[in-house]
Design a protein around this ligand. Structure first.
Ligand SMILES: C[S@@+](CC[C@H](N)C(=O)[O-])C[C@H]1O[C@@H](n2cnc3c(N)ncnc32)[C@H](O)[C@@H]1O
Length: 239
């Protein structure tokens, strides 16, 4: 993940260069902020869960709300980060439209999410919540997840609307361009493969087969995506 973050910063930092007192929205902030922000940034966190907001100590302002529907304002933020949240939304593109309204003219939107058009994405989409709980519990750091008195995994919808290609087309239609789109193997899949040689072998065998059978539309290894969107040069000022 460290390498992925560095790649993201190599695109994001120049976009934010020269701006002081960045106004940042962490949409679905949970309990932490994943990327490096300047010390004078003002970070607003919105989350549907009061409990998650309570645990987050890095925010200057906390708002309880549903990012699909809550008013985020217009031209309100220099940077919007939505990290590992879109897959948990029933209507993820409503949230993205909300971000389009709230971002400033020269701002940037960072979205990270699993690629629904990957083995991980499709398995997650078509398996019940209990299966997700059991997979988490297989990992050493997550043994207590979903047990009484401990956090539960968040419900996952994994809509096809957040496949990278669909999202890029949607952004283009709203006058936004993709400044960065990077696919990589997420921490959880890497950890599962590291812990279980049988799972790892299965992935190795599946890769060429899945690629051939789906004509490259479903990926195996690079199951997670980071996308940075910014307003296109010719975008109208009122999206
Ligand atoms: C997997 S966590 C990611 C948290 C954080 N962004 C991170 O990177 O650690 C998903 C977060 O999305 C929040 N969430 C889920 N649905 C939401 C919604 N409709 N509006 C706002 N937040 C939501 C959850 O409460 C949770 O904190």
């Amino acid at each position: 993940m460290k390498d992925e973050l560095e790649k993201l910063h190599s695109v994001l930092d120049p976009l934010m260069q020269g701006k002081r007192n960045l106004k940042v929205l962490e949409a679905g902030c949970g309990s932490r902020t994943q990327i490096r922000l300047p010390p004078d940034a003002c970070i607003v966190g919105v989350d549907i869960s009061e409990e998650q907001l309570r645990k987050n100590t890095g925010l200057h302002e906390k708002r309880v709300g549903d990012i699909q529907t809550c008013a985020l304002g217009e031209d309100a933020f220099d940077l919007i980060i939505c990290w590992d949240v879109l897959e948990h939304l029933d209507r993820p593109l409503d949230a993205v439209s909300n971000f389009f309204r709230a971002i400033r003219e020269d701002g940037a939107i960072v979205l990270t999410f699993p690629n629904v058009m990957s083995i991980k994405g499709l398995v997650t989409k078509f398996t019940p919540h209990l299966f997700h709980v059991l997979v988490y519990r297989y990992l050493p750091q997550q043994k207590t997840i979903g047990k009484k008195g401990h956090d539960s995994p968040f419900r996952t919808y994994m809509r096809f609307g957040i496949s990278p290609d669909t999202l890029k087309t949607f952004a283009g239609r709203h006058g936004f361009e993709t400044a960065f789109c990077h696919s990589y193997q997420g921490v959880m899949q890497a950890e599962l493969r590291r812990r279980n040689i049988g799972i790892d072998r299965l992935f190795q065998v599946a890769e060429p087969l899945v690629k051939a059978l789906t004509l490259g539309s479903v990926c195996v290894n690079d199951c997670d995506v980071i996308v940075v969107l910014k307003k296109g040069e010719d975008a109208p000022s009122e999206p």
